[in-house]
Design a protein around this ligand. Structure first.
Ligand code: IFM
Length: 476
């Protein structure tokens, strides 16, 4: 077979070799894959409660069993090794490690992650844990949740405990995953746990998630300065629908809430003035002293990218924009009038428009507008609902095309000087897709939820070959 490095003959798309040492990974999250919801002392999380609330999750699905990764992780690590992954991004269930979210730690829960990390290291795969992927211990929500400042302190203590247990074997740490979703889908639109619809509280939640990040990094770094710390934010390219100034204003607002509200405090140590003005009527007035804590030096920044937002302004219109089939309340606090309009691109099975140019745009923008920090695409992938063919294979050409296009966008960004050091596809396995339950499949590996049988899809073989070659082949 021609190697990626020397195949430059393709007229359609040239070969796209990635730098030596580039991390090739896949990502998952605890509630979406582990199952074992009540085993070995795990406590309830907000997602356990939310899934049991009628009408919140499609089909009444829950993460009780998920894909049983808690028991099947040795098989799953074997599958990762078969793909040739260099790195595996997973999240730690706070409720498994500290069932009440404060106070006593659960050694059995920590042991699960010790075993997982050991299995990964033995297989030559770098463990890349995330400390918070949306599954707040229910007792902390009962005490007020992320809108309460104390939750940030509880998070830092928990993070420090996990770091103490694993810091000798784990080098790369992600504090919070997609704080936009945790804050605004959880506390404004309510389509995610805990399902609250309180715009002012959602802004406080966003602030405390970032404060928790800062406190956690400070605590962990003081013990093991050589470890690498960062957060994973879900960023979108944002375009105005037309040249109308109202659409330009809509794009500024959504870019502010989605991207800059998180990037500016994390990387610049300040909140964007325009976002503070847009949200002022919700009483958002963060303590400036917190910004120094949030603004920890970062060793890495995780970028989760899926799509572009195309938006239009409808000034003066009071009506809220529903963000999804699961809520009639807007997550766009202070900019509820903005409309999200289709731009006519092909969509994935989630209905998300496919636009790989948005990924290179975001990466180049980070490089130009923010201080230099090594970047990783910590999530990127496409959800469909494919099933095995009669012969047992799972063909997913659309996912392959999506991943190919987005990896080419990464390659383009690297060529433009962006310090992009790795790529994690979402997801390793089909899993629980939050309010969508098990109806959408993002995995490279198909899971039959009745038998828990794992079958690598065509995309898994394709990705393994990309990893083996260190990049993408040219296309004729
Ligand atoms: O499944 C989610 C993941 O938990 C967070 N990022 C987006 C994925 C697809 O919706």
């Amino acid at each position: 077979m021609t190697s990626v490095q020397d195949d430059t003959s393709a007229v359609g798309r040239p070969a796209a070799p990635f730098p030596a040492g580039f991390r090739w990974g896949a990502a998952t999250a605890a509630y979406q894959i582990e199952g074992a919801a009540t085993e070995d002392g795990r406590g309830p999380s907000i997602w356990d409660t939310f899934c049991r609330t009628p009408g919140k999750v499609l089909g009444g699905d829950t993460g009780d069993v998920a894909v049983d990764h808690y028991h099947r992780f040795p098989e799953d690590v074997g599958l990762m090794a078969g793909l040739g992954l260099t790195s595996y991004r997973f999240s730690i269930s706070w409720s498994r490690v500290q069932p009440a979210g404060a106070g006593a730690y659960n050694e059995a829960g920590l042991d699960f992650y010790r075993r997982l990390v050991d299995a990964l290291l033995e297989a030559g795969i770098e463990p890349w844990p995330t400390l918070y992927h949306w599954d707040l211990p229910q007792p902390l929500e009962d005490a007020g949740g992320w809108p309460e400042r104390d939750t940030a302190h509880r998070f830092a203590e928990y993070a420090d405990c996990v770091h103490q247990a694993l810091g000798d074997r784990v080098r790369h740490w992600t504090t919070v995953n997609e704080p936009w979703c945790a804050a605004f889908l959880g506390y404004a639109s309510g389509e995610h746990a805990p399902g609250r619809r309180e715009p002012s509280a959602s802004l406080l939640a966003a602030h405390h998630l970032m404060l928790g990040h800062g406190l956690a990094v400070e605590a962990m770094r003081s013990r093991t300065p050589g470890n690498q710390f960062g957060a994973a934010v879900n960023l979108y390219a944002v375009s105005p629908a037309t040249a109308d100034p109202a659409d330009a204003d809509a794009a500024r607002r959504i870019d502010g809430l989605q991207n800059r509200l998180f990037l500016d405090p994390l990387l610049l140590g300040r909140y964007p003035d325009d976002v503070l003005a847009d949200t002022a009527r919700h009483g958002f007035d963060p303590d400036p002293d917190d910004l120094a804590m949030i603004h920890q030096p970062l060793d890495q920044l995780g970028v989760n990218y899926y799509a572009r937002h195309t938006v239009a302004g409808t000034p003066g219109e009071a009506a809220q924009t529903a963000s999804s089939p699961f809520s009639s309340h807007s997550p766009w606090v202070g900019s509820e009038h903005v409309r999200f309009v289709p731009a006519g691109r092909p969509v994935t099975g989630m209905g998300w428009e496919i636009d790989e140019s948005g990924l290179s745009e975001i990466l180049v923008r980070l490089h130009r507008e923010y201080p230099a920090v090594p970047l990783y695409v910590t999530e990127n992938g496409a959800g469909y609902d494919e099933e095995p063919d009669g012969d047992g294979t799972v063909q997913d050409p659309d996912r392959i095309a999506y991943l190919d296009a987005h990896l080419r966008a990464c390659h383009e960004a690297i060529a433009a000087g962006v310090p992009l050091r790795g790529y994690f596809t979402w997801s390793l396995l089909d899993n629980f897709e939050w309010a969508w339950g098990y109806s959408k499949r993002f995995g490279l590996i198909h899971v039959d939820y009745a038998t828990q049988r794992r079958v690598p899809k065509d995309s898994a073989r394709w990705y393994a070959e990309v990893i083996r070659q260190g990049g993408l082949p040219g296309q004729h």
